[in-house]
Write a protein that binds this ligand. Structure first.
Ligand code: SF4
Length: 273
């Protein structure tokens, strides 16, 4: 039965590759318990599914309603020297030459993140794009400007929060991060969260939301509410909303985004009281 499942999945991937000119490695399919995809399956959803399935086996986690408790850093990484760092700037120095995945060889610049090392709010996106890779800074270019404007509209400046991505290096052609890249890079993000200890995190975009929440829901189902996630000793309220680049493509998503960020601001104000 499992063999049939894998054969069907490989055939589907070949079909998608041919149709969309995309390439996905089928080497490790046997590791994933893929359902048999049908002709309507979206390639992006399938890639996310592979990533999440892979992820779930790597982290011990317990999901209870909207409260997600997770092991902060996989035990096997505990011996790496960056784990002992006690400051956000010290962590950057330790990891900015990283070549744990292939993106370390293709990036122009490592994009660590910027902002207040003691921020109450973090904004987390998926991965650097071309502008970010060029400048070594997160959320620059048109989407970055829109993010700045959205934050300003709810009375946050970029300087008072911390902005970063799940991946620190740009995937070529802005493709989605693959499971191996997430696996290697996400522990750095978790360490950043542990050091900064924010009260609230805003994840922007489907991929960032699904990765942080360990769910496979579309963005429309993830948005509009808070999830309590524990990263080691740090419990954080996490909200997911649309990526500013998506808003540039589809203005219909501006209204729900505006609703989300207003809710985000009012939760922040409650936390600060
Ligand atoms: S994406 Fe992350 S894991 Fe990969 S090389 Fe860059 S910093 Fe290292």
């Amino acid at each position: 039965m499992k063999r049939k499942l894998i054969e069907d999945s490989i055939n589907y991937l070949k079909y998608v590759q041919k149709r969309k000119g995309l390439s996905i490695s089928t080497d490790s399919l046997s590791e994933y318990d893929l359902e048999v995809p049908d002709g309507n399956t979206d390639i992006e959803e399938l890639k996310v599914k592979i990533m999440i399935d892979n992820h779930a086996t790597e982290y011990k986690e317990k999901i209870v309603s909207d409260n997600i408790v997770r092991e902060a850093i996989p035990e096997k990484l505990l011996k790496e020297d960056w784990m002992d760092v006690r400051s956000i700037s010290g962590l950057e120095v330790k990891i900015n030459k990283c070549e744990k995945c292939s993106l370390g060889k293709t990036r122009k610049n490592f994009v660590y993140g910027t902002g207040n090392p003691n921020a109450d709010v973090m904004v987390i996106g998926e991965a650097p794009g071309a502008d970010e890779d060029e400048q070594g800074l997160p959320f620059v270019g048109r989407a970055g400007k829109l993010l700045t404007d959205i934050l300003k509209a709810i009375n946050f400046s970029r300087e008072e929060i911390f902005i970063c991505n799940i991946l620190k290096c740009r995937p070529p052609e802005n493709r989605n991060p693959n499971p191996e890249e997430i696996l290697k890079c996400e522990p750095y993000l978790i360490k950043q969260i542990e050091l900064i200890k924010p009260k609230l995190i805003l994840c922007v975009g489907t991929f960032a939301g699904q990765t942080m929440l360990r769910v496979k829901e579309p963005l429309g189902k993830m948005r509009g509410k808070f999830y309590n996630i524990k990263f080691g000793n740090t419990e954080v309220k996490v909200m997911v909303t649309y990526h500013p680049a998506a808003l540039l493509r589809n203005p219909n998503w501006k209204k729900p985004t505006w609703e989300d960020v207003q809710l985000f601001r009012s939760e922040y104000d409650k936390e600060k009281k």
